[in-house]
Design a protein around this ligand. Structure first.
Ligand code: PLP
Length: 394
């Protein structure tokens, strides 16, 4: 398997993680030898309900018995899609009542950028430095690290960058700005929280300038941050909301969600403003609806706050750790020395815990365990990290 993986799977780095998965159950992933590992990554904020959650499996099987793909997005009336869109409208503020389903997060980003440009008749987009919004050409153009984007030039034009949490930088938002796109908590920067009133100031500036606010909740959504949607922490409602990752309950599904008034521009003048074949696939929507219900019925978002706090309070005491940042179960264990990061990740693996790193932060361990983790399992996870850190400190 390993040699065929290297030969036939197009590689994205010279050093892939290379964990050989045999199966998953609850918060655990098992390797080919049958060893169990706590999944502390959740497929990067996807497997929030762990692996093989019975409700998700039932929902998928029921839909499997009815039908899979029937037509491209937006033509047929497909009941799992309608039920999901209706449920989202109940769970979101009134202005977020029209959902466009996509296959992935990046496709939701692309759709939102097009929507904002068409609605405002402006082309400038403002994004935050050290944000990651996906790897398609438009989403990638939002990246601020030129080392990465230089080889891809020319990028999509009209993109400017601001620093997350800089009130001063908000002056860059002007009457030329179609939209500001940002994550309510920056993920790949290493879990950077917004300062108090920052998001409200962004929203106010957007409103004054007639620009749309796009909040990318692809990592933070579905309870990961300790609220169902992270924008609830700051009571700032976006004009366009982006979802993906955990949204599909383990199957590929994304969405950009806005008001009917804004979405109207995709179906008129000209028609067919954004198309997708598989977006809103029936199986993925059935899985997503089950994931939403499990998350809400078990208050997984609310419980994530206490569990996250316990992890933060325990691990910040370790002498190799500078701080543990985060919200809910979206955590970054920031180490004093960046040389310790690969050692710590390897040591966690030896302890039976999968964790990884962030794109734009060289000092922090990513810790995104499934939200279904029990209190006892939280204790075990803490113990494993403490043991791992002790082993590299020796
Ligand atoms: N936005 C954020 C905040 C992400 O973390 C990601 C993926 O990591 C994306 C967008 C892109 O999503 P996808 O990989 O589904 O295209």
């Amino acid at each position: 398997m390993r040699s065929d993986f290297l030969r036939h799977i197009a590689q994205t780095s010279p050093e892939p993680d290379g964990f050989e998965v045999s199966r998953g159950e609850g918060i655990y992933l098992y390797d080919q030898a049958g060893n169990a590992y706590i999944d502390g990554i959740s497929g990067i904020a996807v497997s929030s309900l762990g692996h093989r959650h019975p409700h998700i499996i039932t929902a998928i099987l029921e839909q499997l018995d009815l039908h899979l793909h029937t037509h491209v997005y937006g033509e047929h009336i497909v009941s799992p899609q309608i039920k999901l869109a209706r449920r989202l409208a109940e769970l979101l503020p009134e202005n977020l009542s029209a959902t466009y389903f996509t296959n992935s997060g990046a496709e939701a980003v692309e759709g939102a950028l097009k929507l904002a440009r068409k609605y405002t008749s402006r082309y400038e987009i403002i994004a935050c430095r050290h944000s990651y919004h996906g790897s398609t050409a438009g989403a990638e153009s939002l990246r601020s690290d030129q080392e990465h984007t230089t080889a891809l030039r020319p990028l999509v034009p009209g993109i400017k960058h601001i620093d997350f949490n800089s009130i001063e930088d908000l002056e860059r938002i002007s009457k030329k700005t179609a939209a500001v796109i940002m994550e309510p908590v920056q993920g790949e920067a290493g879990v950077i929280l917004p300062e108090e009133n920052y998001l409200a100031a962004v929203k106010m500036k957007c409103r004054d300038m007639g620009a749309l606010l796009i909040l990318d909740e692809i990592q933070t959504g579905m309870g990961r941050s300790g609220k169902l949607w992270a924008f609830e922490h700051s009571h700032v409602e976006p004009d366009i909301l982006l979802l993906a990752k955990a949204f599909g309950g383990g199957l590929p599904l994304g969405a950009f969600i806005s008001s009917h008034d804004i979405m109207h521009v995709l179906s008129h003048n000209p028609v067919l403003g954004h198309l997708t074949t598989f977006g809103g696939n029936a199986l993925c929507c059935a899985s997503s609806l089950a994931a939403i219900e499990v998350t809400i019925d078990n208050d997984l978002a609310g419980k994530a706050i206490g569990k996250g706090k316990k992890i933060q309070e325990s691990l910040c005491l370790h002498h190799l750790v500078r701080e543990v940042r985060g919200t809910g179960l979206m955590l970054a264990i920031d180490l004093h020395h960046k040389e310790d990061l690969p050692k710590a990740i390897n040591a966690c693996r030896k302890e039976g815990l999968l964790v990884d790193w962030f794109l734009f932060n060289q000092n922090s361990i990513r810790l995104y365990p499934p939200l279904i983790i029990s209190d006892d399992e939280v204790d075990l996870l803490i113990e494993k990290i403490q043991n791992a850190l002790n082993s590299i400190a020796e």
